[in-house]
Design a protein around this ligand. Structure first.
Ligand code: SGN
Ligand code: CA
Length: 514
């Protein structure tokens, strides 16, 4: 009897230590406001919402450098950009570094990455990978295989990436737990939807953000220099797919030769049997421009709607494909032992300040969706407002797998709060450092410290500071840095910023902080 009890205890222990599978789904430039679990006014995303309904939704999830390759290097290393070496989109990730997937693989996990990679060196530390070269293509995407060969896979990128993922799930070594990175290309610029979703979304009209028409002049150097304006910088022909034929005779709209090249490159890839229908839908935009010749805010009003129609239709595909993965887990009865994370590489401007793109430490772009389900461990439908950051992703994944987190990672594990929503993270401030200054969007490099209530930003190359009260002014419109009432807050936050730089060993000169 005693022996039987002993055996039962051993097997219960063994079961509880069974290592979970982890599926990390990351899309490219998916803003929180375009997920109905966060915001009901733009789109319904029932499948992404399933993750929230069965798990935990984080309302204060941020990145440390709001741009693609840096965010991906942070996912692999749990480190801020200055430590992992990828500060901008053009730096190659040093694949000899120790990473979260390598550690998992050494511990007996099967590891895979499928989809967008964007780190300029091949994945290492993965048992299996299949990646898009560079930014990737929406239609009939090219795919680099583990042999180094590049093939063309027919179909729409979001579907293709999911098909490939399901194929891998089927053929994986079933005796091992796995960690899979499923990285979508969508809804990244040039926001190209699948035809059935465009059919639906081009008829819709979307609520405008409060700050769509704000005057961004006289708000400081960074606001003046940026080229993120939907009105000025988003291209009718390449971004909004208006046939150049409609634009050539109107000087205000006339596309340059590069934009025409982009337009032709986009449509060349579209299957011949669908091309006419796409063109027919997009011709409505061209006809309207020819007829009304809108300019200024009137033009912005239309461009915003067209942008949202395309962007949100891309997200409809993502949501559908998230549903396919969740259904697969259900069918294979893998739900109970699989943690699923849904996130993006950062937030994205969808009309706030009249902008698109990201990069800034303002909340719209510094924020990212972060939703996790892990049945039996995370209480269904929980919401958590701790300040979390993408440096936490790698430590969290390791901790979910019961693997010790190396001390060189900057982030902390979220497992204690995932498994107990009553717990609070012991963290009051987040560190932010954006570096890249390129002709795409010309955002001035900056440092920032984000607390629960206030955010201090330092555009150090032009020596300009900004302070925002995130409760009184959540849209970050009123820079309080010169207001004497806030002098002590500015002083305290500067100290916090210096402390964070010391804590994370960011010793590179960045203006005059003291
Ligand atoms: C491209 C886009 C930019 C975008 C960067 C970075 N221009 O250059 O709008 O900011 O990628 O995106 S495009 O005309 O080529 O589409 S990121 O996701 O890789 O950071
Ligand atoms: Ca991105």
């Amino acid at each position: 009897m005693k022996q039987l009890l002993f055996l039962i205890i051993i097997s219960i222990n063994g079961f509880s230590q069974q290592r979970p599978n982890i599926i990390y789904i990351m899309s490219d430039d998916h803003d929180n406001d375009a997920i109905s679990a966060y915001n009901k006014s733009l789109i319904k995303t029932p499948n992404i919402d399933r993750i929230a309904n069965e798990g935990m939704l984080f309302t204060n999830a941020f990145v440390g450098n709001s741009i693609c390759s840096p965010s991906r290097a942070t996912l692999l290393t749990g480190q801020h950009s200055h430590k992992n070496g990828v500060k901008n989109n053009s730096t190659k990730f040093d694949s000899s570094r120790s990473t979260m997937p390598k550690i998992l693989k050494q511990a007996g996990y099967q590891t895979a990455v499928i989809g967008k990679w964007h780190l300029h060196s091949y994945p290492s530390g993965f048992d299996y990978w299949k990646i898009l070269p560079g930014q990737g293509l929406y239609v009939n995407p090219r795919i680099i295989e583990m042999t180094g060969d590049t093939i063309t896979q027919e179909g729409y990128a979001t579907d293709v990436i999911t098909d490939e993922t399901i194929k891998w799930l089927e053929q994986r070594d079933q005796t091992k737990p796995f960690m899979l990175l499923l990285h979508h290309k969508a809804p990244h610029r040039y926001f190209f939807p699948k035809l059935n979703h465009l059919e639906e979304y081009h008829k819709k009209t979307f609520a405008e953000p409060l700050t769509l028409y704000v005057d961004t002049i006289n708000k400081g150097a960074a606001w003046n220099i940026q080229t993120m304006s939907i009105l000025r910088d988003m291209q009718l022909c390449s971004d909004l797919k208006v046939d150049p034929a409609y634009l050539m005779d109107i000087p205000a709209y006339k596309p340059d030769s590069t934009q025409i090249l982009y337009y032709n490159a986009i449509f060349r890839r579209v299957p011949a049997e669908q091309r006419n229908r796409y063109k027919e839908i997009y011709a409505e935009r061209g006809k309207l421009l020819q007829q009304l010749k809108p300019t200024g805010n009137e033009l912005l009003k239309y461009k915003y709607q067209w942008y949202m129609q395309d962007y949100l239709a891309c997200i409809a595909s993502i949501d559908e494909n998230v549903g396919r993965i969740l259904d697969y887990l259900d069918q294979k009865k893998m739900n109970d032992n699989t943690a699923v994370i849904y996130t993006s590489d950062q937030g994205f401007y969808i009309g706030e300040n009249g902008w698109f793109d990201k990069r800034f430490a303002y909340d719209v772009s510094m924020q990212t969706p972060f939703i996790v389900k892990w049945p039996g461990k995370i209480k269904a439908g929980s919401i958590n407002n701790s300040l979390i950051q993408n440096i936490d992703n790698a430590p969290t994944i390791l901790d979910i797998a019961n693997i010790t987190i190396p001390d060189w990672m900057d982030g902390i594990s979220l497992k204690p709060i995932l498994t107990n929503n009553e717990k609070k993270l012991d963290r009051k401030y987040l560190y932010y450092h954006y570096y890249e200054f390129v002709k795409d969007h010309t955002v001035i490099p900056h440092l920032a410290v984000r607390g629960e209530r206030y955010k201090l930003i330092y555009f150090y190359t032009v020596n300009e500071w900004e302070l925002y009260d995130l409760i009184a002014d959540p849209n970050e419109q009123n820079n309080l840095v010169k207001n004497p009432t806030y002098a002590t807050i500015v002083y305290a936050l500067k100290k916090e910023l210096i402390k964070l730089r010391e804590q994370y060993d960011d010793h590179e000169q960045a203006g005059e902080l003291h």
